[in-house]
Design a protein around this ligand. Structure first.
Ligand SMILES: Cc1cc2nc3c(=O)[nH]c(=O)nc-3n(C[C@H](O)[C@H](O)[C@H](O)COP(=O)(O)OP(=O)(O)OC[C@H]3O[C@@H](n4cnc5c(N)ncnc54)[C@H](O)[C@@H]3O)c2cc1C
Length: 260
């Protein structure tokens, strides 16, 4: 099986700092990690390889520093790594990000399945996985909590729903995004860490992918993040200790006020 897993490097902090001039995240000096949801995607990719044989390739789009996240994926058990890096990719929204990833995947001869994490902890849109499937014209299922069976180029999945799960039978190749209920990610092994040091890092630029600079990065992004700001947390809330009927009355009037 030829398994691809897309991973994103994100700031290792919930204390997101914003550059007031460029309205983008301040990433310099902030520890970076593999997006936590992608650790479940990496784990599931390795388990598919252990069950069906083949190889796992991790792909990421980002600045050169993303190399460390890709090498960490080798230490966990991924076989090959591919970094899509070019200043022209900067400022990409989910459309441009998924278009760029799809262009790189189209140049990979054969692939059976592409795994994504449920979402990234910084952008939080959960759009890139479905976006890649759309650009490649292949089926996709999100929020997968269990892979039941892979046979005859079909996969049977369980998609997490509020009240249980849907069982889905889908042809391969396909995209799936996984939730944290799907497995328990393993830690990097000593042997893996050795492999990570010597693993070959393949890179691709916009030119390598025959991508026009108007369809990638900020230029190719229909969505522009206009302003990112941390909302002011109001500390002085109003507290009432009254009989329920009176509380309902007060709440009703407050909501009415807000609705004006
Ligand atoms: C605070 C903030 C808000 C943003 N809001 C928006 C917005 O509303 N709309 C918009 O279009 N863009 C938005 N962006 C930009 C967006 O973060 C980037 O487009 C990003 O590359 C992908 O979107 P995401 O972070 O939401 O990832 P998601 O779609 O949540 O990621 C889902 C999965 O896709 C894979 N993936 C994501 N990015 C990459 C990558 N670079 N390389 C490889 N695999 C990847 C991972 O498996 C990840 O788990 C925002 C960015 C920030 C920091």
């Amino acid at each position: 099986m030829n398994i691809l897993v897309c991973i994103k490097q994100v700031p290792d902090t919930t204390e997101i700092k914003i550059d007031p001039k460029t309205n983008t995240l301040i990433r310099e000096g902030v520890e970076s990690i593999i997006n936590p949801f992608d650790l479940y995607a990496i784990e599931e990719a390795i388990r598919l390889k252990e069950q069906f044989g083949g190889k796992v390739t991790a792909i990421s789009m980002g600045p050169p520093q993303v190399e460390s996240a890709l090498r960490e994926s080798i230490a966990i058990g991924v076989d090959e790594i591919l970094l899509l890096t070019d200043r022209k990719f900067a400022g990409a929204d989910t459309w441009a990000t998924s278009l760029t990833l799809a262009a790189a995947i189209r140049k990979i001869d054969e692939y059976d399945i592409i795994l994504f994490g449920q979402q990234a902890i910084d952008g939080d849109t959960a759009q890139v996985g479905p976006g890649v499937a759309a650009h490649l014209g292949i089926p996709q299922t999100g929020f997968v909590k269990k892979i039941e069976e892979v046979k005859d180029s079909r996969i049977i999945l369980q998609r997490l729903m509020e009240d249980g799960y849907d069982r889905i039978d889908m042809p391969l190749p396909a995209v799936i995004t996984v939730v944290k209920e799907i497995n328990e990610p393993r830690l990097p092994s000593l042997r893996g860490k050795r492999n990570a040091k010597k693993a070959e890092l393949r890179t691709r630029t916009a030119a390598d992918l025959n991508l026009d600079e108007n369809e990638i990065g900020l230029n190719g992004s229909p969505t522009q993040v206009i302003k990112i700001f941390s909302p002011d947390l109001q500390k002085d809330g109003e507290k009432y200790e009254l009989p329920t009927e009176e509380l309902v009355e007060i709440l009703y009037n407050k909501l009415k006020e807000l609705g004006k």
